[in-house]
Design a protein around this ligand. Structure first.
Ligand code: HEC
Length: 204
């Protein structure tokens, strides 16, 4: 009887741990930092410098956009936790060569704090895209560093009300590669932007 009760308790504790609401799934560099979430799962690759392992698909955290399904991005952006990042105070006109129209940019803590050299895994940015009047959000662009290297090491996303999904996924293939990476490779060489290494505008 005692044994049965114990094993029931153990089982419910286990399923409780698995069902913890708000904890990211898979291997996320910030998992351990989330309040009440279990630490990095066993078997996850280390995210220390030198790692080139891509993170597993996630639904996102307070500091990281998802890398998973389109619906995860919609939910994450709707939740709006990125608004607590370092954000430009208000929408502004696109700064050349930006194709993004009126926009407002936010940098997460890892991106905002970084100096010279390659941005660390877990750096992320969000760009709110606005209508011509600058009053209504009409889309979003996000990126998140998921490995070491160049544009392929970032996971890209853009979606607007007029065009729908434009890009989603790592810069190794498809529209992330053909649209986003090529232009963001030009960072660090123009005076109009503060960033480098695929980051145009670093807000800090
Ligand atoms: C023709 C060049 C160009 C293309 C193509 C482009 N971008 Fe950008 N992007 C820019 C510029 C320039 C900025 C900075 C804009 C500013 O400061 O107003 C920017 C800013 C951003 C930002 C905000 C953080 C930052 O680096 O300033 C994100 C996120 C972003 N772009 C994502 C994307 C995604 C996703 C795609 C592909 C769908 C994409 N971009 C395609 C030029 C481009």
């Amino acid at each position: 009887m005692k044994t049965n009760l114990l094993s029931i308790l153990e089982t419910s504790m286990l399923s409780g741990a698995i069902a913890l609401v708000g904890c990211s799934l898979g291997c996320s560099s910030s998992t351990a930092a989330e309040a009440g979430c279990p630490g990095q799962s066993a078997g996850c690759p280390a995210t220390a410098s030198g790692s080139t392992v891509q993170e597993a698909e996630t639904v996102g955290t307070a500091q990281l956009p998802p890398t998973g399904a389109e619906a995860s991005y919609d939910a994450w952006l709707e939740k709006g936790e990125y608004k607590a990042w370092k954000c430009e105070p208000s929408p502004h006109d696109a700064r050349s060569p930006s194709p993004h129209g009126k926009n407002r940019i936010c940098s997460n803590a890892a991106l905002a704090a970084h100096g010279a050299g390659e941005f660390p895994i877990g750096s992320a940015g969000v760009k709110e895209l606005y209508d011509a009047a600058g009053t209504k959000i009409v889309g979003y662009a996000t990126y998140r560093k998921v490995g070491t290297g160049k544009g392929e090491a970032w996971s890209w996303f853009e979606k607007t009300v007029t065009d729908g999904l434009i890009a989603k996924g790592p810069g190794t293939a498809g529209t992330p590669k053909s649209i986003c990476v090529g232009c963001h490779a030009g960072t660090g060489s123009d005076a109009a932007h503060s960033g480098h290494d695929f980051v145009y505008t670093q807000v800090n």
